[in-house]
Design a protein around this ligand. Structure first.
Ligand code: ADP
Ligand code: MG
Length: 275
């Protein structure tokens, strides 16, 4: 579990994060969502210790990062896996070399054990046998999987994915989302996904923090979203008129006010009554 307590961060005289608190739960996909520029990446960098917040603290399983000595911080770093925005693979290295690189940096494993571990994580992300391919030879979805394989190679307790679906089509995005969810459940880790993809929000949003202009505007689960009356959240998630209508119809369904016996006319009347 990661606790975020009253985080404030400014760059110069520009306040980016304004008093953000929240809990990122173990064994769950925790989503940080919001429009572009709302502060998602800055918050994530504060959480993993790449930025120092001006105020507030971050606690990993009850221990504040402020109270950690150098060794404890190094230990924590090794328990954090990161999938960077755009995958950030080395183009001149094969898939295998990209993953071995992390093992070289942070482990004392033998060459044979490293090879074995690479095969294990490639199997996990369903890329068995792609060891010798170069990033340029694989699809966008496969690059993300390599990025995920690299992020989990050290068995992290905490997994951070910044915009894992950027540049992917909706179906490939779903496959990546499901992979992230399966890994989270199987290893019971604390996963944090930064996204503005509304499909991901609905698919894997166990616990969601919604940022709006550097503040936490809303929190809840994907199941709460359908019923939320938060206008800013609804504007963000159900941006089009079509989706706004779909949300209203779903609410009426869940409330038992409509079923398949109702005509389109009945439904339109009900929607108008609700306005
Ligand atoms: N290193 C930095 N120095 C100054 N301003 C920054 C820096 N990083 C991000 N910002 C600003 O912080 C705001 C939030 O950025 P970011 O967290 O990247 O948004 P997003 O929600 O799209 O991830 C933006 O206005 C951005 O310009
Ligand atoms: Mg970002």
């Amino acid at each position: 579990m990661i606790e975020i307590k009253n985080i404030k961060k400014s760059f110069g005289d520009k306040t980016i994060l304004e008093d953000i608190s929240g809990v990122l739960e173990t064994g769950k996909c925790n989503l940080i969502i919001g429009t572009s520029g709302s502060g998602k990446t800055v918050l994530t960098k504060c959480i993993v210790g790449l930025f120092k917040p001006d105020q507030g603290e971050i606690c990993y399983d009850g221990k504040s990062m402020l109270d950690m000595d150098r060794e404890e911080r190094t230990n924590l770093r090794q328990q954090i896996g990161m999938l960077f925005q755009g995958s950030a693979l080395f183009d001149s290295m094969t898939v295998e070399q990209n993953i071995v690189f992390t093992l070289d940096m942070f482990s004392n494993m033998s060459y044979r054990d490293k090879k074995k571990r690479v095969d294990e994580v490639l199997d996990k992300v369903e890329l068995k046998g792609s060891n010798k391919k170069f990033p340029a030879e694989v699809s966008g979805g496969m690059k993300k999987r390599v990025g995920i394989a690299r992020a989990i190679v050290l068995n992290p307790k905490y997994l951070f994915c910044d915009e894992p679906n950027s540049g992917l089509d909706p179906q490939t995005s779903l496959v990546i989302d499901k992979l992230i969810r399966d890994i989270t459940n199987e290893y019971n880790i604390t996963t944090v996904v930064v996204t503005h993809d509304m499909n991901s929000v609905m698919e894997i949003g166990d616990n969601i923090l919604y940022l709006y202009q550097g503040r936490k505007e809303w929190e809840g689960s994907n199941k709460d979203i359908i019923f939320s009356k938060n206008e800013k959240l609804n504007e963000f998630i159900f941006a089009s008129e079509f989706l706004k209508g779909a949300k209203e119809i779903r609410m009426l369904e869940v409330q038992g006010k409509i079923d398949e016996d109702h005509s389109i006319e009945d439904i339109e009347n009900l929607l108008n009554d609700n306005k």
